[in-house]
Design a protein around this ligand. Structure first.
Ligand SMILES: C[S@@+](CC[C@H](N)C(=O)[O-])C[C@H]1O[C@@H](n2cnc3c(N)ncnc32)[C@H](O)[C@@H]1O
Length: 510
């Protein structure tokens, strides 16, 4: 990891800082105090000073002593700017903000672009204490989740310390902005005038990530939604996201237009097969035989081998399997030692790769039958399925056919529900790909997320209502009556999307 990355250090180009300040000046007027909590070389303070000059006070903090020296030199000719060498995490921000005697406090900047797991690597690289991020022990307790952006924590901390009327404007990932706002909305932190102004992070920082200027005013009545602007100059919002009926909605106006189909899914959505050993369990069919991920020819009975579609197949509408998967169980928890007698070659193959299979890290494999898999049940063996990739921005449902009389499996980055017949699968795939259903999904899906489509979103499609809207309820009824035939719970740990819950001081947890 480069030193720049270790510090989440992406200095904001002065032209972007100038644009940000211009946009804030137009929106909120001249502040009384401008604070930059991780000011680096001071580009934001420079841009702010150029805009507002002696009309306000400026204070920058930074952990890197070299940056502090260069920032101090930069502002040596004015007594309006002070630069402190200090660590964000040991700073009493309430005290810093209380220095504002007139006008409003503007907390401005660009906090480090780094996650706490990347910081784990940083710690092991044995940097000098002072250059290390401090106060991290409280992070997990504060956010209640394992991996998160440090910026997320910093922004929450700053807004909680801001007095009513103060404004925070920070460059960050759009996903960070969303998480921070959701936290405020769900925990009832009073904020208002929430705005997300999209920026081109590739152009400014040479990083391919969806980024924005997050703007929040502390205090006021929160409406639990934020306006999204196409750029820093935009004056009219292109969309709004926020909380509706307790749920996060990506596009409130689109959602309102198709909310009739928001309900409970009649079919049970599942995630695909999980084995965590693709080089052993996934195979190609070449020159009349199976070849594993190590390029080894494998002697296997066909009984336990099934055609497999990966997310890239389902996401691109490619329904001819390029791979096969060894399915060691018909349902979770089933004994596997029967394979020994039923399919001795397969057992031998599994045993010869036991060093990999037995070493699978996830705790779900502990105390399970040897060579266990997950995401498997009666539903996996239905002849037909309707499936969607969880990773692709292009939302498209596919009717997945059997191959050579065998049901196709989908991997654990796909979601699906089982169907008995081709007619049923094609009927539902058609309805799910209808304009109204896709618009509904688009209104709920955040495309900057790692898995834009998740099971919580899919569960909200009311199939019966969708069929009614499309005028085919009569036909749908035939299928809906049997929709629950593959019931039975899937392991909850296969549902990847755990919403992070923050636990902040003085605030009720949700
Ligand atoms: C993304 S850069 C932004 C710099 C500056 N705000 C700008 O926009 O040009 C993040 C800055 O945070 C500083 N930083 C990282 N950890 C810090 C901490 N614990 N306390 C204070 N500053 C820190 C880094 O040294 C770096 O200068």
């Amino acid at each position: 990891m480069s030193k720049r990355n270790e510090f989440g250090d992406f200095q904001t180009p002065i032209n972007l800082a100038t644009k940000v300040v211009g946009s804030l000046s137009d929106r909120f007027g001249t502040p009384g105090l401008v604070i930059e909590p991780t000011c680096g070389m001071g580009n934001f303070i420079d841009a702010a000073f150029s805009r507002w000059g002696d009309k306000c006070l400026y204070s920058g903090s930074e952990i890197n002593p070299e940056y502090c020296v260069s920032a101090r030199q930069r502002f040596s000719e004015t007594d309006r700017v002070s630069i402190m060498e200090r660590d964000f995490f040991s700073t009493e921000w309430e005290e810093v903000f209380s220095a504002c005697s007139a006008g409003y406090t503007l907390v401005l900047g660009n906090p480090p672009w780094i996650t706490n797991s990347e910081l784990g690597i940083l710690k092991s690289s044995n940097l000098p204490d002072k250059a290390n991020f401090q106060g991290l022990r409280g992070f997990d307790a504060k956010t209640g989740k394992a991996n998160f952006d440090i910026a997320e924590w910093m922004i929450i901390r700053l807004v909680e310390a801001l007095l009513d009327g103060g404004v925070l404007a920070m460059l960050c990932k759009t996903a960070t902005a969303r998480k921070v706002l959701t936290h405020f909305w769900k925990t009832g932190v009073p904020i208002s005038e929430e705005g997300v102004f999209l920026i081109d992070a590739k152009k400014s920082f040479d990083v391919s990530v969806d980024a924005c200027l997050l703007v929040v005013r502390a205090g006021g009545m929160t409406e639990q939604f934020a306006s999204v602007y196409e750029s820093l100059d935009a004056t009219t919002a292109m969309s709004r996201f926020g909380i509706l009926n307790g749920e996060l909605v990506a596009n409130i106006d689109d959602y309102e237009r198709c909310r009739e189909i928001d309900g409970f899914s009649n079919y049970k959505w599942r995630s695909g097969i999980k084995h965590d050993a693709s080089k052993v369990m996934e195979l190609h069919f070449r020159e009349g035989g199976f070849v594993n991920g190590f390029g080894e020819k494998c002697q296997l009975e066909s009984e336990y081998v099934y055609p497999l579609l990966k997310s890239s197949d389902v996401g691109n509408g490619r329904l001819v399997p390029r791979k096969y998967v060894i399915v060691t169980q018909q349902k979770v928890g089933e004994p596997t030692d029967t394979i020994k007698t039923k399919a001795p070659k397969t057992w031998k193959y599994l045993e010869s790769h036991a060093s990999i299979l037995d070493a699978r890290k996830s705790s779900i494999y502990k105390k399970r039958a040897r060579f266990s898999i997950f995401g498997i049940g009666g539903y996996s063996f239905s002849e037909w399925k309707v499936s969607i990739s969880g990773l692709y921005k292009r939302l498209r449902f596919e009717a997945v056919p059997p191959v050579d009389g065998k049901p196709m499996m989908v991997d654990d980055t796909c979601y699906f529900f089982p169907c008995e017949t081709e007619g049923e699968a094609k009927f539902w795939a058609g309805l799910l790909n209808s304009e109204i259903c896709l618009r509904f999904l688009h209104s709920l899906v955040f495309f900057d997320a790692k898995r834009p489509v998740n099971i919580d979103v899919l569960r909200r499609i009311d199939f019966a209502q969708l069929a009614r809207k499309m005028g085919v309820f009569g036909q749908a009824l035939v299928y809906l009556e049997k929709a629950g035939m593959y019931e039975g719970d899937q392991q909850p740990l296969l549902v990847f999307e755990d919403t992070p819950k923050y636990k902040t001081k003085n605030k009720p947890t949700d």
